[in-house]
Design a protein around this ligand. Structure first.
Ligand SMILES: *Cc1c(COP(=O)(O)O)cnc(C)c1O
Length: 383
């Protein structure tokens, strides 16, 4: 559980991201313990958080990286991740991205369309390289999560639809600078019950049986990421149920001899170790509501505005005051700039620090400068 060293934090310019490196290390240790299996490889989805201090920790734990842009590949290399442990996904890889990836000789491209496959082959041929490729298949599974983070349904921009897979496999085998090594799946994010993952395993088993007849050797099954975290009560579940997650795949995925399973976890690794720390600028009394106006806004943490996400809010300056209802709102000129309505919080005064919890994933990386606001800084605790 995260304890905020309030005396250290009081004088830091707000807003900033507070990272509990002790919790990150415990989380990484749990990932390693529960994924111990010579067939399993865990890649960290770097888009969740690319803070260099966080990346060094994750690299030190021996994980690989799942990148979705040339910039992310460069950030991963800079943090010391070996190129062969980097996989590259994304529907819109540019020529420049592909060149960066081929030059670095990354482990695998997760390819999402025939057009992309042809371009990678063309560029690789010109560079005298061979591109290792996994085909991203759209398994048409509904993970029961927010529509913006659902990625595996048929009418979705991601992946290859099942009826097209056979043709894509043939094409990949034909192209001279493509080496087909795997199949890739990713059904969505913030998935907290294991049922969709069981359905994914069953679908993969079915697909494997179907393509076995084609005589293709698939050595990697990449099951993507998506394991969710407890936003409502981060101190009760600071570390997600990795044991149950990996067990689900161990129990339900039928692997062929020598096949590896790749995982791409983002949120579950970094989500709970981060909090956005913000200072109360004003307490404003409305006619029926009381507002805590804080100096962080949707530019620092966009998840509430973008996904209607709710992050737990705490008054860390004065955790023991009398409870009152507050709407906690940011200063940005948008009605969506709200962190919480009718939050029951210990009495808030101007200058108090609030912690907006579970903000380690898709927080700092999504910050913008809308309203000419500066980007939030970060404070790594327990270095
Ligand atoms: C975003 C993404 C992930 C990570 O998702 P999480 O929900 O953060 O675990 C994994 N794979 C792909 C292809 C992604 O786009």
């Amino acid at each position: 559980m995260t304890r905020f060293p309030i005396n250290e934090l009081r004088d830091i310019a707000t807003p900033f991201y507070f990272y509990d490196l002790g919790l990150l290390d415990q989380t990484l240790a749990e990932v390693k313990r529960t994924s111990r299996d010579e067939r399993f490889r865990v890649h960290y989805a770097i888009k969740a958080n690319a803070n260099p201090g966080i990346l060094r920790r994750i690299q030190g734990a021996g994980l690989g990286v799942d990148a979705v842009s040339g910039g992310e590949i460069e950030a991963a290399l800079e943090a010391g991740f070996p190129a062969d442990k980097i996989v590259f996904a994304g529907v819109g890889k540019t020529d420049a991205d592909i060149i960066v990836a081929l030059q670095a000789e990354i482990g695998c491209f997760n390819v999402e369309s025939e057009a992309e496959l042809d371009v990678i082959d063309e560029i690789a041929s010109a560079m005298g390289k061979k591109a290792r490729v996994a085909l991203r298949v759209n398994p048409n599974i509904d993970p029961h999560t927010h529509e913006y983070i659902t990625t595996g349904l048929a009418e979705n921009k991601f992946g290859i639809n099942l009826p097209q897979l056979g043709g894509m496999i043939d094409r990949a085998l034909d192209l001279p600078s493509i080496e087909l090594i795997g199949l890739h799946f990713h059904i969505g994010s913030q998935i907290t019950d294991f049922e969709p993952f069981i359905m994914l395993c069953q679908e993969i088993n079915r697909i494997q049986t179907e393509i076995a007849a084609r005589g293709v050797k698939i050595s990697v099954i990449n099951v993507g990421g998506g394991l969710g975290i407890d936003y409502a009560d981060p101190d009760r579940h600071p570390i997600p149920d990795f044991e149950g997650y990996f067990k689900t795949f161990r129990n339900h995925l039928r692997l062929l001899p020598d096949q590896q399973v790749h995982f791409e976890l983002g949120r579950s690794i970094v989500g709970q170790c981060g909090s956005l720390i913000t200072r109360v600028i004003y307490v404003k009394e409305g006619t029926s509501k009381r507002f805590a106006i804080v100096d962080a806004g949707m530019t620092d943490l966009i998840r509430p505005a973008l996904y209607h996400a709710h992050h737990k809010i705490e008054n860390i300056s004065d955790p023991h005051g009398d409870l009152h209802h507050y709407d906690v709102v940011g200063p940005v000129c948008e009605s969506a700039d709200i962190f919480g309505t009718d939050e029951m919080l210990p009495s808030i005064r101007r200058g108090d620090l609030l912690a907006i919890r579970s903000a380690g994933a898709y927080g700092e990386v999504m910050a913008s400068q809308y309203n000419c606001r500066p980007l939030p800084s970060s404070y790594l605790h327990g270095k």
